[in-house]
Design a protein around this ligand. Structure first.
Ligand code: GLN
Length: 618
């Protein structure tokens, strides 16, 4: 196999001709191995002998649900033994692991697929050889009775992401000639593994082997196994992660029959072949491969299919035991001194937060939370003084493994001993992995969840303010003298200003200022809380009693954001025209106010800059 595939020269402007390297690789595999004509089409099932030996299709499904296809990737063929892993997984989920595992072993037999030999307990060696697969079909019949085949067909369809049909001619052909399988089934009945009518069990087995799939279907089915049971194209959870890991185990040890040891040594990807000419390979967390080429080697494995798998594994170094991972997944680690919430704080609150900013630590994580990553994070916690709150910013975390979730929950429990509250923000709680985290952390009282980072920071700030004596309830009435915009004004000037304005009350949810309206007044919030939001609903700031809003009217003619009352609110509204007159009459106070405004804007700019720094300095 050519290891470098130079792209054909094309006009550089022909951007539409851009191909992903993986597609080029698969195209090259198809071209290189099409000339391979070794092996022979199976004919012990007479109908299979009719397959066109030249058919050759390759498909690769990624775990993000993209499907590459090359050659005869839509050519239907019978699934045959490639059905075995899926029916085994289905049996595990349908009958329970104990039941299935007590009837069928998991040891490689070292024998060909159709061996008439049982293990020392008179059970099939494993579910990947005919004896084990026939036992599996019998188990499904135990659970589903005459509906067993339909139950299997529908499950296979969920793995493939589409409804699958049956090749009746192949079914009839195998039923008529499958005496060896009949012998195996009688032997299983003799040893008590099958209790049912042998011919009914075999009907299920032969039908299941005659289900029609394509290389594309096989790739998606394999990718479902690679994606812990979730079909990456349809998003459906087809089988449980337990069934998946056990199925991949037996594919690893026995999927390629008496070639299994060699296979896992050289290729290192769990796989399953069928005498119809298909091979599917499932590399966990990476991809599913399906190939179709009916010429088989002496083990009953597709010659070209094996070559494709070998080439893919070698070229991209995909052997499943060759893995490494970066444990360093912290991309930012700071405290609220660097990035405060969007709530505008009153001066005494600001003072408290400024001297206790180390009490709220924010750790931003990226990628997947794995065993290694969460362990790394948990060791970093001790590297800084103990905060009271640790916010884990998980916006850039796509998923968490079970091991990661477990370590995370254990870490939170550890933090509880030190009275540290863990706050999760930015989690996608709908995914199955996050449900695990939630399950383990819901019982802990020191774990909180805020979908938005800013809400998390604001909540933690409130706790700090509260602990240090600052009231956080905004129901109390505040005086004009507390307004930072009016700092430095004398009592008379304040009284004069108060007499110019009108006290307004607003109910929760009421819009006080609307974007694009002319800015004709400014407000001093006396009680309650308002939110400044962009029309899309994005919150820019929270403003509590004692602070001004709409003060940008002093600089801008129109409103650039909405202001909405968060609860019932009272505010002093001062018309801009009156305010200007006041400034003319009291030039000293007027200058003072403009200087205060400049200070407030400068503070906001500094806060915004440090947020930008956080984003770029990582
Ligand atoms: N139906 C076939 C048989 O039992 C399946 C064998 C296979 O694909 N290896 O002989």
């Amino acid at each position: 196999m050519n290891s470098s595939h130079p792209a054909p020269r094309r006009h550089a402007n022909d951007w539409a001709a851009l191909k992903s390297p993986l597609r080029r690789f698969l195209d090259a595999c198809h071209a290189d191995f099409s000339v391979e004509t070794g092996g022979a089409v199976a004919n012990y099932i007479p109908e299979l002998g009719k397959a066109d030996p030249n058919h050759f299709g390759i498909s690769l499904a990624t775990i993000d649900g993209y499907v590459y296809e090359v050659g005869d990737s839509r050519e239907p063929f019978t699934i045959q033994s490639m059905s075995k892993p899926f029916v085994f997984a289905l049996a595990l989920d349908t009958l329970g692991a104990d039941h299935v595992e007590s009837a069928i072993g998991v040891e490689p037999s070292g024998d060909p697929f159709n061996s008439i030999r049982l293990d020392a307990n008179n059970h099939p060696f494993n579910p990947m050889v005919n004896a084990g697969a026939i036992a599996c079909s019998a188990l499904i019949r135990e659970a589903e009775g005459d509906g067993a085949f339909e139950y299997i067909r529908q499950a296979l369809g969920r793995f493939a992401g589409r409804e699958l049909g049956v090749d009746e001619a192949v079914f009839a052909s195998e039923s008529a000639t499958g005496d060896r399988n009949r012998a195996i089934a009688y032997m299983l009945r003799n040893s008590g593994v099958i209790k049912d009518d042998v011919s009914k069990v075999l009907e299920v087995y032969f039908r299941q082997c005659s289900v029609l799939v394509t290389a594309r279907d096989s790739a998606v089915m394999a990718a479902t196994l690679a994606n812990h049971g979730i079909n990456p194209v349809t998003g459906e959870q087809v089988v449980t992660p337990y069934a998946v890991s056990r199925t991949l185990s037996v594919m690893t040890s026995s999927g390629m029959y008496d070639y299994a040891g060699e296979w896992i040594y050289r290729v290192g990807i769990p796989a399953k072949s069928g005498v119809g000419g298909g091979i599917l390979a499932a590399l966990p967390a990476r991809l599913g491969l399906g190939s179709y080429s009916p010429r088989l080697d002496s083990h009953g494995n597709s010659v070209r299919g094996i070559k494709v798998c070998e080439a893919l594994s070698a070229h991209y170094d995909l052997h499943m035991l060759n893995r490494s991972e970066d444990a360093h997944n912290i991309i930012a680690d700071y405290d609220i001194g660097k990035s405060a919430s969007r709530r505008s704080r009153r001066p005494h609150e600001q003072k408290i937060l400024a001297s206790h900013h180390r009490d709220v630590r924010i750790i931003e994580l990226v990628g997947t939370l794995t065993f290694s990553n969460v362990d790394y994070v948990s060791r970093q916690l001790a590297e800084k003084p103990r905060p009271h709150f640790i916010i884990f910013d998980l916006r850039r975390v796509a998923s968490v493994t079970r091991a990661g979730a477990r370590l995370l929950a254990e870490g939170f429990r550890e933090l509880a001993h030190f009275n540290v509250t863990a706050i999760l923000s930015g989690t996608k709680r709908s995914s199955p992995e996050w449900k695990i985290v939630a399950e383990w952390t819901d019982t802990l009282s020191n774990v909180r969840n805020f979908p938005l980072l800013d809400d998390a920071i604001e909540w933690a700030e409130d706790q700090i303010v509260y602990r240090h004596g600052g009231a956080i309830e905004a129901v109390e009435m505040t005086e004009l003298s507390e307004q930072p915009l009016l700092a430095g004004l004398g009592a008379e000037e304040l009284a004069q200003l108060a007499s110019l304005g009108t006290i307004r009350t607003y109910h929760a949810g009421e819009k006080i200022i609307a974007t694009t309206e002319p800015a004709t007044s400014l407000y001093f919030l006396r009680s309650g809380v308002v939110h400044v939001t962009l029309p899309g609903g994005i919150r820019l700031a929270t403003i509590a009693a004692g602070m001004p809003f709409g003060e940008m009217a002093l600089l801008e003619g129109h409103r650039s954001a909405d202001v909405v009352a968060d609860q019932s609110v009272t505010a002093l509204e001062v018309l801009l025209a009156d305010f200007e007159r006041f400034r003319e009459q009291h030039p000293r106070a007027g200058e003072r106010i403009m200087r205060n405004l400049a200070q407030m804007l400068a503070d906001r700019l500094i806060a915004a800059n440090s947020k930008v720094n956080l984003l770029t300095a990582t």
